[in-house]
Design a binder for this molecule. Structure first.
Ligand code: GLA
Length: 391
């Protein structure tokens, strides 16, 4: 299906490259319902793809040249397929070019494929914790998978996007965001086992239950390439090593007393977050199956407390967003994504969306925080080809 964003991407392609793109592909951003920092611990996550997308308009060339342009930069970046090495890629174009490089690591023979021109447009907010980067990587991955005739499955394309993020962009992130963007389905969440990569679609039924998923983008921007995210990952790895398990996934709630006895207080709290968060994902899936989405509020609340107090990745703005939304009538709320900024989610009765929004605005103004962006998202389908015949 072609919509206004697709048409904008097609128009952008035309104006930069003076011809029509032969195809349009898109991939959504994501929010994580629950399961934070569990992905790189081989654990469980429950994200959903959202109705904000990145579109790529793309045509192959007859030579080895790659030209990348987008609505968010005036420049057009040009490289040869023969020069695609992580060290040479930087800036925004490292995402699409990094995907092309990463495809080679998953078996694509880049000596046998044509160059291409691509124009990128998006309505996924950048820096809000809604995975604008995974949306971009996934859109480029499905497009190149098609035009280069690679026949890679979606789980592999998720790993391609993750590799681009890890090696080319330099952020030591897990597999969750790309998986959500590639595997999501309308009105459902993706229950992913990040060890086996087994994925199951779990219906959410939010609207029939009279609920909306409200995003509160704090406008505190975050970066996973530096600082806290990598430090948390290191603590988790150190905890697993000290406890003699391959990954924190291999611990259960029963192991926590032993962990507490063996670890320093900070590492123990990092471990406790992961162990309890994995259990909360399983409990949320079970609650969705047996009682429906109105039953998951307390699990979202507990997840936020664990991130605030044990994993220490929240921020004052996120805590205020969560507390205010709950007091104004949301049935559960938590920060979502990597933390240190970005967005919170609040599961909110439809009729209370205006009241919760207003309360959050007032609370932020009173504290002198930047004005947040508060909006509703819906669970949407994952990456797709929007138009154009197969080459
Ligand atoms: C970021 C990373 C994900 C995941 C989350 C935290 O979004 O990209 O891989 O680790 O943080 O759950």
């Amino acid at each position: 299906m072609v919509d206004a964003l697709d048409r904008a991407a097609q128009a952008g392609f035309q104006s930069r490259f003076h011809r029509s793109a032969t195809g349009l592909w898109s991939a959504p951003g994501r929010v994580n319902l629950i399961g934070e920092h569990t992905d790189y611990n081989d654990g469980f996550v429950l994200p959903l793809a959202i109705d904000r997308r990145t579109v790529v308009a793309l045509s192959t060339r007859t030579d080895r040249v790659v030209r990348v342009a987008s609505s968010f930069a005036a420049e057009t970046v040009e490289v040869s397929l023969d020069e695609l090495v992580p060290e040479k890629l930087d800036g925004w174009s490292a995402y699409p070019l990094g995907v092309a490089w990463a495809l080679r690591q998953f078996g694509a023979d880049l000596t046998a494929v044509p160059g291409f021109e691509v124009y990128i447009d998006s309505d996924v907010p950048v820096g809000a914790g809604l995975s604008s980067s995974a949306a971009l990587e996934s859109a480029v991955a499905v497009a190149l998978n098609d035009v280069w005739d690679l026949s890679l499955d979606r789980a592999t394309l998720a790993r391609v996007g993750q590799l681009a993020e890890n090696r080319v962009v330099g952020a030591p992130t897990g597999i969750m965001d790309q998986s959500a963007s590639l595997l999501g389905q309308a009105d459902a969440a993706v229950f992913l086992d990040c060890r086996s990569l087994a994925a199951e679609v779990i219906p959410l039924g939010l609207n029939p239950a009279g609920l909306e998923l409200l995003i509160i983008d704090t406008r505190v921007s975050h970066s996973h390439a530096t600082g806290g995210y990598a430090a948390r990952r290191k603590s988790c790895e150190a905890g697993a090593r000290a406890l003699g398990v391959p990954a924190l996934r291999d611990l259960s709630l029963h192991d926590l007393p032993r962990a507490q006895a063996m670890l320093d207080d900070e590492t123990f709290r990092r471990v406790r977050h992961i162990v309890t968060e994995n259990q909360r994902v399983l409990d949320t899936v079970e609650a969705l199956r047996s009682s429906g989405c109105t039953a998951i509020g307390p699990l979202l609340d507990a997840s936020h407390r664990s991130m605030r107090d044990d994993f220490e990745i929240s921020a004052p703005e996120l805590d205020v967003a969560v507390d205010t939304a709950r007091r104004a009538g949301a049935i559960g709320a938590r920060m979502t994504g990597g933390g240190f900024g970005g967005a919170a989610i609040a599961l909110t009765p439809t009729e209370l969306v205006p009241a919760v929004t207003a309360a959050v605005m007032v609370a932020f103004t009173e504290r002198g925080f930047a004005t947040p962006d508060v909006f509703v998202v819906h669970a949407a389908d994952g990456a797709a080809r929007d138009s154009g015949a197969r080459p």
